[in-house]
Design a protein around this ligand. Structure first.
Ligand code: 3MF
Ligand code: MG
Ligand code: MG
Length: 415
């Protein structure tokens, strides 16, 4: 290994990073990247590295720069919270429409489309007791906020609205009555759907797909809708006026955090016909929301997830909802973090295609489904009849790892 012989002065560091990023190879062209429904959040690019125990490490960046950089990288879609781009005090006012107009211009100038809008219902002090707070005035304001976001979405040409309820929960039990709070939360979503129906009609556009996003921990200690399964139950509970307009935006890490198999959680959303939008990232089980970029922690699990989605014809967005690490500079956000995340995704997506057309996996899967042909009411006899066939479970897992690491192409090491 060649180690730097001398210190790398600040004015030479970007060039070093650029050279090594290029040396990694495996990068796709912006044209190729644009063929995938990859969406880039304003908040991910503009994240400055701050957290409860962390001061920011990066300078601020506005929507014009983010949209321009996404275009350069080849990320064809942009997503945003209302307050990522519009100051809270300007929401619903003329200033909001002036900013929306400038966003529209930046999108058009760069050939980027806005695919999704979302309402921030977690950061501002007004949400201290959640968007479904006891005070009716706060709930009225929440209804205004989600309806207003829907109108912004239509103005920008979005197809999706996402809702992460954020502070829907509590730190201490007793004061909040859960059933009532859920009913109140449903009323806010009803208001969003009603604003959507009205705006879509006025503009001659289809209505948006309204997608709920669950997270098991943070920012409350206890969460009322902690998982995608809880969200599905909520959609089917009878509390919503327009359940057919409401589906899911699962986030990979949010499911992994509580201990789920993300692939199984996605399968449950698929069979319910509610997998409409997908936040992609990576991280660890039973930790906080570390929001690491896709495929950096669990590439094999990711390959499995994409095999499931490809085989079911999922054609919704893949939203790059991660946080570039605090150790990455702003230059690094756009020259290393986003492009490498996009390229790992594309490689894993294409590998999922390899898995689906792999003759070994194909034959093994078909054989498992064919069974032994031995029909019996004797449990021991049945078990014995399938014993050898079931070894294929492990063989398929091995084959997937081979495909992941390139071993199927002859990557071996001699001792
Ligand atoms: C929090 C999240 C959110 C949601 C966003 C969309 C800041 O963990 O994942 O990102 O994705 O609010 O509604
Ligand atoms: Mg998310
Ligand atoms: Mg997250």
């Amino acid at each position: 290994m060649k180690l730097p012989m001398k210190p790398v002065p600040p004015n030479e560091q970007q060039a070093l990073v650029n050279r090594l990023a290029k040396a990694c190879g495996g990068a796709y062209s912006p044209e190729t990247r644009r063929k995938y429904f990859l969406t880039g959040p304003q908040w991910a690019a503009a994240y400055q590295g701050q957290a409860l125990f962390h001061a920011p490490t990066r300078e601020a960046v506005d929507f014009a720069r983010v949209i321009e950089e996404f275009a350069r990288i080849g990320i064809g879609y942009w997503t945003t919270h209302d307050t990522d781009v519009i100051p809270t005090e300007a929401l619903g006012k003329d200033a909001q429409w002036e900013i929306t107009r400038r966003i529209g211009e930046a999108l058009r100038r760069n050939g980027v489309a806005c695919s999704m809008v979302t309402t921030e219902t977690f950061h501002h002090a007004v949400w201290a007791a959640s968007p479904a707070a006891e005070a009716p005035e706060v709930r009225r304001y929440a209804a205004f906020r989600v309806a207003n976001t829907v109108r912004i979405g239509h103005e920008l040409g979005a197809q999706f609205a996402v809702y992460w309820p954020g502070s829907l929960g509590y730190y201490v039990q007793g004061a909040v009555e859960e059933t009532e709070t859920l009913r109140w939360y449903a009323e806010a979503l009803d208001a969003a759907c009603e604003a959507d129906i009205e705006t879509a009609k006025a503009k001659g556009r289809p209505t948006l797909k309204h997608c709920l996003e669950a997270k098991p921990f943070e920012p409350q200690a206890e969460i009322l809708l902690p998982t995608s399964d809880a969200m599905l139950a909520f959609i089917g509970s009878g509390l919503l006026k327009y359940p057919a307009m409401v589906g899911l935006n699962p986030e990979y890490l949010h499911e992994l955090m509580w201990g789920a198999a993300p692939r199984a959680a996605l399968a449950r959303a698929l069979v319910a016909g509610k997998l409409w939008h997908f936040d992609i990232n990576d991280g660890y089980r039973l930790k906080h929301d570390v929001d690491i970029a896709v495929g950096l922690v669990n590439p094999l699990d990711w390959l499995n997830v994409l095999v499931l989605l490809r085989s079911h014809g999922y054609n919704g967005p893949f939203n790059l909802d991660y946080k570039p690490p605090r150790t990455t500079s702003l230059h690094g956000v756009f020259s290393v973090s986003f492009p490498t995340a996009v390229d790992r995704f594309i490689t894993l997506w294409e590998m999922a295609g390899d898995v689906l057309s792999d003759p070994v996996i194909g034959e093994a899967t078909a054989a498992l489904r064919a069974g032994s042909g031995v029909v019996s009411d004797d449990a021991a006899e049945l078990a014995a009849a399938n014993r050898e066939l079931l070894t294929l479970h492990e063989l398929i897992a091995h084959r997937m790892v081979q495909i992941l690491i390139g071993q199927h192409r002859g990557r071996v090491y001699s001792l």
